[in-house]
Design a protein around this ligand. Structure first.
Ligand code: Z5A
Length: 203
């Protein structure tokens, strides 16, 4: 269904995903690629609206509701932004994707892993991810970089054990080969170089 490339950056809070998506997009544009930089949850008016509701501490959806909200946002984002961009041959750089759902709603919240995988697969069909990188810094280091958890973000109010389970989820996905691990513990520039090297391999 597509000629473009779909690239995902994943990681825990404060791993540097947003900065690195920006650096990567700029580096690819400088090399002449047509790039769309986007994020999940978000990217379309509906998905951004859902994002606001998902992260708002005023609401308390259970794990299953959370899974479906992320998935609804994702489907709208795919239909509105990602599929059209890929069909016109663009490189799409996405901040978080289904790996976050598996890590947070599966490992973190405790939903059945196979069920989350099934929802992810049905939500994203017929998309194939071309490259998914895990920016590896522990939750501890990530929160340190951010100067602590953001209390206005419902997810960031979770306890340490939750984020440790999420991290284990990402580690498992690196072990299975679904994610490629990038040591993101160095400077922003060092991490940007490592990411660009991996990305240029598939372009
Ligand atoms: N979530 C979910 O549960 N299920 C899903 O399916 C999806 C998401 C898609 C929103 O994500 C929440 O949704 C998130 C997961 C959940 N929940 N939580 N908690 P988000 O992407 O909006 O939120 P985030 O991951 O928490 O973003 P973030 O905190 O902004 O982190 P980041 O984008 O990885 O980092 P950054 O903004 O680029 O950098 C953070 C700070 O670190 C900043 O001050 C930088 O200057 C600094 N930084 C970055 N790199 C470095 C290096 N190399 N050295 C030193 N300092 C650095």
């Amino acid at each position: 269904m597509k000629n473009g490339k779909f690239i995902v950056l994943e990681g825990c809070e404060g791993a540097g995903k947003s900065r690195q998506c920006k650096f990567l997009s700029e580096a690819l544009i400088a090399r002449g690629f047509d790039v769309v930089s986007t994020r999940e949850p978000g990217g379309t008016p509906l998905a951004e609206g859902l994002r606001g509701m998902i992260l708002d501490p005023a609401y308390s959806p259970d794990a299953l509701s959370e899974l479906y909200m992320y998935s609804a946002a994702r489907r709208d984002h795919l239909n509105g932004v990602v599929f059209p961009a890929l069909q016109s041959g663009k490189v799409v750089v996405c901040d978080r994707f289904v790996y976050s759902t598996l890590a947070y709603q599966g490992y973190g919240r405790g939903l059945d892993i196979d069920f989350v995988r099934e929802v992810n697969a049905r939500t994203t069909a017929p998309l194939n991810v071309d490259l998914a990188l895990f920016l590896d810094v522990t939750p501890e280091v990530g929160f340190e970089r951010k100067g602590g958890a953001d209390n206005a973000d419902r997810l960031e109010r979770e306890n340490t054990e939750f984020f440790e389970r999420v991290y284990v989820g990402f580690e498992d996905m690196c072990a299975s080969g679904e994610l490629i691990r990038i040591d993101a513990g160095g400077t922003k520039e060092e991490t940007a170089d490592k990411i660009l090297r991996e990305v240029l391999r598939i372009l």
